[in-house]
Design a binder for this molecule. Structure first.
Ligand SMILES: NC(=O)C1=CN([C@@H]2O[C@H](COP(=O)(O)OP(=O)(O)OC[C@H]3O[C@@H](n4cnc5c(N)ncnc54)[C@H](OP(=O)(O)O)[C@@H]3O)[C@@H](O)[C@H]2O)C=CC1
Ligand SMILES: CC1=C(/C=C/C(C)=C/C=C/C(C)=C/C=O)C(C)(C)CCC1
Length: 321
């Protein structure tokens, strides 16, 4: 089988790094990974994780999704833009950033950066790559979206909007893409323990809340930030876990348009489809946060304990090395 070229964005850490390494280490050597990042000064962790695959099944390249020229230069540097006849061109749009807090305390500039990275970053990539894929009538575009592309969460207004934009854009494009035999897949993780989680939390802690009223500022600090770590500890997945799900989708003969990676989170997203009026998920989130916060917190602790115990029994069951 011809080696399948994969271009991945945002590989300096987290899901992008885990994906690049997993695909480069594929035992059947099915992938040639072009792992990209905006700042090559951050390439060391990826180089280390890739080990001897570096320069063989994995190449590192510069690509900033907010810079059209850098996308063009990167794609042009791939031999023949990899438009070979046997392989299938694959692109993984992963680069992204978060933003939390009351909108009164965020500048329009900050919000635009989130939209520019998470939404227009994908649009720029596709403007460059889609014509090649259409000409070849072959390609699979995999996008790391989020459960927040389906349902908004308290104090994630702009981030959720950026992922909703991604989902709406892809839903529209998927219809046209089908005519060219191209596939699109949205990967929708729940919370994942990566740099994203750390950066978002740190920015939230440092946020100047003086532009918000007292009640909003307290809600953000005493409810959102206070429970943030616990949510990620109880419900969070690892980047490697998300990478495993993503590779399955990449290799699927008939990849689905949407794939959620976290079964602990699906009851929440299912609420959206259960009520055409859209009130159900809002009511449930409201009750969970403002009325049943103790039950909610106890449930999270319980989930954490169950996951810890199942991991422990799995470790005990493993044959000794
Ligand atoms: N962590 C989570 O809970 C979840 C994350 N996601 C999504 O997963 C994706 C990956 O995030 P995750 O791995 O968690 O977080 P990380 O912060 O670990 O990784 C984000 C990556 O995106 C890169 N990036 C940011 N801006 C640009 C840009 N302009 N051009 C190129 N690369 C850029 C970062 O580079 P740099 O190091 O230079 O900043 C980094 O490599 C994102 O799209 C995020 O929205 C979805 C659901 C949950
Ligand atoms: C902290 C917190 C909540 C949930 C936060 C979640 C679930 C965050 C998920 C982040 C993701 C998925 C980011 C990437 O896309 C609730 C439930 C609103 C209650 C109040 C405190």
């Amino acid at each position: 089988m011809a080696r399948r070229n994969v271009l991945i964005t945002g590989c300096s850490s987290g899901i992008g790094l885990a994906l690049a390494v997993k695909m480069a280490k594929d035992e059947q050597k099915r992938f040639k990974v072009f792992a990209t990042m905006r700042n090559l000064a951050k390439k060391e962790p990826l180089e280390e994780a890739a080990g001897h695959r570096l320069g063989k099944t994995l190449e590192i390249k510069q690509l900033d999704v907010c810079d059209e020229q850098s996308i063009k230069t990167c794609v042009n540097s791939i031999p023949d833009r990899r438009i070979d006849v046997l392989g299938k061109y694959r692109m993984l749009s992963n680069a992204g950033m978060g933003l939390i807090g009351p909108i009164e305390c965020q500048s329009i500039e900050e919000m635009k950066t989130v939209m520019d990275t998470n939404f227009f970053g994908l649009v720029r990539l596709l403007k460059e790559i889609l014509p090649d894929m259409k000409r070849r009538k072959s390609g699979h575009i995999v996008i790391i979206s989020s459960v927040m592309g389906i349902q908004g969460i308290l104090f994630n207004d702009v981030y959720a909007a950026s992922k909703f934009a991604v989902e709406g854009f892809c839903e529209s494009l998927a219809i046209q893409a089908l005519k060219f035999k191209l596939q699109l897949s949205l990967i929708e993780p729940g919370p994942v323990v990566t740099e994203f989680e750390r950066k978002v939390f740190e920015d939230g802690m440092k946020m100047d809340l003086s532009a918000a009223d007292k009640e909003t500022a307290e809600m953000f600090t005493n409810i959102y930030l206070k429970n943030y770590k616990q949510i990620f500890q109880s419900l969070g997945q690892s980047a490697e876990d998300v990478a495993e799900h993503t590779v399955k989708i990449i290799l699927a003969e008939n990849p689905p348009f949407r794939h959620q990676t976290n079964t602990l989170y699906t009851p929440m997203t299912t609420l959206k489809y259960a009520d055409p009026n859209g009130d159900l998920p809002i009511d449930i989130f409201y009750k969970m946060v403002f009325q049943h916060d103790k039950v909610f917190s106890a449930s999270l602790n319980f989930i954490k304990l169950l996951r810890w115990r199942s991991r422990k029994s799995f470790d005990l069951g493993k044959p000794s090395q």
